[in-house]
Design a protein around this ligand. Structure first.
Ligand code: SF4
Length: 376
């Protein structure tokens, strides 16, 4: 009987929603706890998605917020907005994610060995959430490499080469074993000031090992972790070791549509006109309606599609103190008719040349700065 907890965070974005559906369909015997860290300021479309998901999953999604915010009786954002004396969060000072997302999640998990499922897709090249707590281990079921970077660094450590080679002996045939051992024995050079180079070399080495079987690699890592004290060491077995699936954007869209849960509503393209020309806009990601990561055209979308929320976002700004959501521009200035025309014209120019499939075009727009905790 496994003593490991399985948790999966729903951000309100498409990838985490699809992962929840995938886990329920493919691994129904795993007891996964789904959770959502609520800021109280999400779009209605996000809350609707959560409801549809709950009905598909057949169980509630835990709504997490900090104890302090809960006791205050206010929305978490409003509580912390006062704690920070009206200082709005920004890319440079992102107290919002820390206080409203990460801390409540870590408190919820406590000290129990926990596997946290993260929906980074097989067609993405990014690492995602790495826990600061040793009892939380991230797992990535949509990509070929199931394991997080902290785990692969341990397994690929030059001092562990012979131990990993021994573990491989019972996972592959003798012919493959020779090549695997040769690959393993190529040490990853420790070159000072070349961390990126070392990371690339490690990833190449792992890719080569995966060519000899994803399942074989996973079983080796699983057995390796037994001696580490990491969360996976507490599991007697693990259903995902034989998983060879790699899911990309089109698979995610299909999973959501086929399940009946559907894409989050804020992806729906709405038409706008600028001069004689027509364009379309939508919100490109989940998160708070006033999120400072959104593009100018998304602010215009909010103003025109959710004027009530835009008015609320304006109330948080304090121009005298320089506290504005968008850098260098207040929302009052952003909705001047001439400015709106300009933003739409720029968005239209930017969209030219993109695929006519607007949904996928939007999904393809990635922003490296975005917070996976809020948007995945
Ligand atoms: S969605 Fe944006 S504003 Fe909301 S918590 Fe995340 S980073 Fe902060």
């Amino acid at each position: 009987m496994s003593t490991v907890k399985h948790v999966l965070g729903i951000s309100g974005g498409k990838d985490s929603a699809a992962l929840a559906i995938y886990m329920k369909d493919k691994y129904p015997s795993l007891d996964v706890t789904y959770y959502f860290t609520d800021t109280g300021k999400e779009l209605d479309e996000t809350y609707q998605l959560i409801e549809r998901l709950e009905s598909y999953l057949g169980k509630p999604i835990a709504k997490l917020e900090s104890e302090d915010a809960r006791k205050s009786g206010q929305d978490p954002f409003d509580y912390y907005y006062k704690v920070f004396r009206g200082y709005l969060p920004s890319q440079q000072a992102r107290w919002c994610t820390e206080r409203m997302k990460i801390q409540p999640f870590e408190a919820f998990v406590g000290d129990h060995p926990t596997l946290s499922y993260v929906g980074i897709r097989g067609d993405e090249d990014r690492e995602g959430y790495l826990s600061r707590k040793p009892n939380i281990q991230a797992i990535f079921p949509f990509r070929r490499l199931l394991w997080s970077a902290d785990v692969t660094r341990l397994v690929m450590d030059n001092t562990k080469i012979e131990h990993v080679a021994e573990l491989y002996a019972s996972e592959v045939n003798s012919q493959a074993l020779d090549v695997v051992v040769q690959t393993l024995r190529r040490p990853i050079e420790q070159i000072a000031n070349d961390r990126m180079g070392n990371a690339r070399r490690m990833s190449e080495k792992i890719d080569r090992l995966l060519e000899y079987g994803t399942a074989a690699f996973n079983h080796v890592v699983f057995r390796f972790l037994k001696d580490t004290g990491l969360p996976m060491s507490h599991a007697e077995d693990y259903a995902l070791l034989d998983n060879e699936d790699v899911l990309t954007k089109s698979d995610i869209v299909r999973l959501l549509e086929d399940s009946g849960v559907g894409m989050p509503g804020y992806y729906d393209e709405k038409e706008f006109t600028v001069g004689e020309q027509k364009g379309t806009y939508a919100r490109s990601r989940s998160g708070c309606y006033f999120c400072f990561f959104q593009q100018r055209i998304e602010w215009v979308w909010l103003y025109e599609q959710h004027p009530d929320l835009f008015a609320k976002a304006m109330k948080y700004e304090n121009e005298d103190e320089g506290f504005t959501w968008a850098q260098g521009e207040s929302l009052k200035d952003l909705i001047h008719p001439r400015r709106i025309e300009q933003i739409k014209a720029e968005a239209l120019a930017k969209s030219k040349g993109k695929s006519s499939n607007r949904l996928l075009s939007i999904l393809e727009e990635t922003d490296e700065r975005e917070c996976l905790t809020c948007f995945l």
